[in-house]
Design a protein around this ligand. Sequence first.
Ligand SMILES: [Mn+2]
Length: 509
Amino acid sequence: MMSKHTLTLSELLKYDDIVIQCHDNPDADALASGFALRWFFEKKGKEARFIYRGSKKIRKSNLVIMVNELEIPVCYEPNYSHKPELLITVDSQYGQRNITMTPAETIAVIDHHQVTEKLPALSEVRSNMGSCATIIWDMIREEGLDISQEPNLQTALYYGLYSDTNRFAELSNPLDRDMVESLRIRESVVKLMNNSNISMAELEITGRAIIGYDYFDSDKCMILQAEPCDPNILGVISDFSLETENVDVCVAYYVTPEEVKFSVRSCVREVHANELAGFIAENIGGGGGHMYKAGGVIHPEKLPEHDPDDLKKNVSSLIKERLLAYYDRYEIIYASTQEADITGMRRYGKIPVEMGCVRLTDMYPVGSLVDVRTMEGDIQVKIEEDTYLMIGIEGEVYPIDRKKMERSYRFLDHPYTHEFEYEPSIKLTLGGERKAVIPYAKAVISTGQSYIYARPVDKYIKVFTKWDEENYYSGEPGDYLAVREEDLTDIYRIRKDLFPRLYKEEPLN
Ligand SMILES: [Mn+2]
């Protein structure tokens, strides 16, 4: 079970006696989430209480600053005995170990972690989101409320996501990025919190982790194990260690009985940190982020060998095995330097399917540098007179030049309309308002004039296309390696689930 995604905030307004509870030992995201939710109820004329429990009062200095400076109305209630009509847990799930159980008549859950408990009917869990703050921000937006006059609330939401994604480095969901862009924050408070981020004890943890490094010559990578700490410290450790000569990739992690957190850093284009993070946590947790910085979590109970007494040892050998397996796994193909070897490939023609096509000069002037936001991350495109953007059948976008486009597609008379899970959008790299691309798109259909050679691959591949030397596309066994008949250096990858929908075999000519 990944996510559950059904609740609206207005459904919660039929209750009167409302308590919001975040997990024990709250972090910035937990505080921001409760704060935002309480603000929502206040706007709707309901007074909700925001509490946290557990054995420890907030002590970490950045969080003390956050509560005081942003005036977060949160109460520490270790011995809470009132049984509310509605209890909403934020940034955690009712029944989980990290949140003291508070009896209530009705329970609701808003969270961004993996689902581990049976969820109540009133639940909004989006496990792919960088922070719980983002979910509540989105839900408030869906209710039509405007937070632009609330500097403290905006700053809290920002800092919640910032902390949960290691200073945005491990951010992976486009909605998270949308929130960051929309917020106006109190910079001075963020600065203050940032400069009180590490305690003396954590400084020492950093030092000990670095001294105990494990280095693998063959792949120039390093693993560092830290004692349990604020996950942000893992980012500090891996960022710093990556600066070492002959270290291209770093993984820093800590182990607790509840969870294993890790940070991944890469400074080489052949290893995308987000992909490696996903690989390390495959089937046992989750990972993601950016090309060069990423992170993730492993759930100990999902480990193949789960022996609580030997947890540290199991985790350390698992991370090492997976890191080294990752390197063995891929064949790397550089399109810009080599013509594809088409031996063993078959010839295919494109099945006519409707797609969207945007002439980018309809959106921005020639010469503009734009960031195109997609499900898979941001790509940067320089707009030339004849640069077009194609929108594929799953909402994936890619640039194409006019000649190639005209050879392969023809325009249809009806407008292009389509809905995707995440709408592709675009903005100037230098800043400015984000524009959705679909309203600018025209419907096109492939003419069947374009042919490719392709073959399914039997191993994992990374393809650097000629369009983007910095960025590769990964393929797994069964995916197709393809090359355009008229340009044997235009090599790319086509996912196995899409291939039969897009191509049919043609005789060789
Ligand atoms: Mn969180």
